[in-house]
Ligand binder design. Structure first.
Ligand code: CDP
Length: 211
């Protein structure tokens, strides 16, 4: 079984995708970590995330199996990720790895922005997970605070809005729900409720596909 999960920044896709992968016994790939790793490496090397040639070189040299998630969850990493993600050569460099992951024998859950539309349009079930920008800013604030970062909720909201605009407005693989995606608005749902809702959507979709 292949499950594609897309949605805007901090909508809760990652937590949900991890739980679904554990529940169904599937491998899990957080595709955002690939873009974050490229963005961070560009910054570490003193480059500009908007420099297409520089970012593409970093993306092509990225060792996907060596990504250390621990430094990738900062606001700076998120912003740099969405800048390199606009560059078609960066997206192309990361595509084969994501497609091979999606084709694993045991099945997989992938989360990102373009999984249901570009990486795995043939996925068995597609979820598009959203929440209001204010609720997403609140969640990201809690996440960063818990990690010990100095954060301001108003600034996080501005950054989330800017990142959504960049992700939705880019020409190559913009953030959008696939036509056959199931919408899951988690604004008023805690993680447990969102998980139960997702399981019920997936189980129903899988029943429909075998009968
Ligand atoms: O966790 P959060 O929702 O904040 O972001 P993420 O999933 O880690 O993704 C970081 C950035 O990578 C996004 O803002 C996108 O610009 C980019 N991205 C993408 O373009 N395509 C993907 N499949 C995944 C992430």
């Amino acid at each position: 079984m292949l499950i594609a999960i897309d949605g805007p920044a901090a909508a809760g896709k990652g937590t949900l995708a991890r739980r679904l992968a554990a529940h169904y016994g599937l491998a899990f790939l957080d595709t955002g970590s690939l873009y974050r790793a490229v963005g961070c490496r560009v910054l570490e090397e003193g480059g500009d995330p908007a420099d297409a040639a520089f970012a593409a070189r970093i993306a092509r040299a990225l060792d996907m199996d060596e990504i250390d998630e621990t430094h990738l969850r900062t606001a700076e990493a998120g912003a740099a990720a969405s800048k390199v993600a606009v560059i078609p050569a960066v997206r192309q460099a990361l595509l084969d790895f994501q497609r091979s992951f999606a084709a694993r024998d045991g099945g997989a859950v992938l989360d990102g922005r373009d999984i249901g539309t570009v990486v795995a349009p043939h996925a068995d079930v597609k979820l598009f997970v959203t929440a209001s920008p204010e609720e997403r800013a609140r969640r990201r604030y809690e996440e960063l605070k818990l990690a010990g970062a100095e954060v301001d909720q108003g600034r996080i909201l501005d950054e989330i809005i800017a990142r959504d605009a960049r992700d939705s407005g880019r020409a190559d693989a913009p953030l959008r729900a696939a036509d056959d995606a199931h919408l899951l608005d988690t604004t008023k749902l805690d993680i447990e409720a969102a998980f139960r809702m997702a399981v019920s959507i997936i189980d129903r979709a899988m029943e429909g596909s075998v009968s």
